[in-house]
Design a protein around this ligand. Structure first.
Ligand code: DC
Length: 227
């Protein structure tokens, strides 16, 4: 069973995907972590972010390893575990030029499909999982939330990680990433037959219950996985 969860930054998709995967005991793939790991590595290597060819050459060279468990995705780049280091606001900013470089997307999309083939069943989250990467997924969700709510959530996450940033800056960062996402995803954001969930007024528990209700209702993955 492949379940895709797409949505913008702060929509709650990562937490929901992780918790859903844990409930279903399926591996969880955080595809944003792949784009972030590339940005982190490029920054460390001093690659010019205005040079898509240099960025692409780096991606062709590096070894990107993903460990997908029911509660986590850990990511290693050239043998170094960067799972925590890639979460900062700085890396979020540097990830946009990586994510809009099409040859890099092609490489990472292929890697995501290979992970899907290898694992067979998984919960995967990103921007293009239901539309581009797994168009034949069993169940597709798209998560949304207001910009204020998303800024609040992202700010709380950064604070929990010990990063002191102004909420106005977090909001600006989200708006500029939204603008990139809109340019990139406008024609693609609508994966066929996706279920849209506005999480603005929902707790994470309610979001996961809603996802589970859809899984049961559609009679998919009943058996052991959806109990
Ligand atoms: O979901 P996130 O904030 O961790 O994503 C990090 C960046 O990667 C963000 O700029 C969107 C981009 N991304 C993407 O373009 N395609 C994906 N499948 C996942 C993330």
């Amino acid at each position: 069973m492949i379940i895709t969860i797409d949505g913008s930054a702060g929509s709650g998709k990562s937490t929901a995907a992780r918790k859903l995967a844990a409930r279903l005991e399926l591996p969880y793939l955080d595809t944003g972590a792949m784009y972030r790991a590339v940005a982190y590595h490029a920054l460390k290597q001093g690659v010019d972010f205005d040079d898509p060819e240099a960025l692409t050459a780096l991606v062709r060279r590096v070894k990107l390893e993903l460990d997908c468990g029911p509660t986590h995705t850990r990511v290693k780049i050239d043998g170094r575990d960067v799972s925590e280091a890639i979460r900062s606001n700085e890396i979020s900013r540097y990830t946009s030029p990586v994510a809009r470089t099409q040859p890099i997307r092609d490489i990472l999309v292929e890697k995501q499909r290979a992970i899907g083939r290898k694992l067979g069943s998984l919960v995967t989250e990103g921007r293009d999982q239901g539309s581009v990467v797994f168009p034949d997924a069993d169940l597709k969700f798209v998560m949304e939330a207001t910009i204020d709510k998303r800024a609040q959530r992202r700010h709380a996450e950064l604070q929990a990680d010990g990063e002191e940033v102004d909420i106005a800056e977090v909001r600006r960062n989200l708006e500029s990433r939204d603008a990139v996402d809109a340019r990139q995803w406008a024609p693609l954001l609508e994966p066929g037959a996706a279920i849209h969930i506005d999480t603005s007024r929902m707790t994470i528990g309610q979001v996961v219950d809603r996802l589970m209700a859809h899984i049961r209702q559609m009679g998919r993955g009943l058996g052991d996985e959806a109990k």
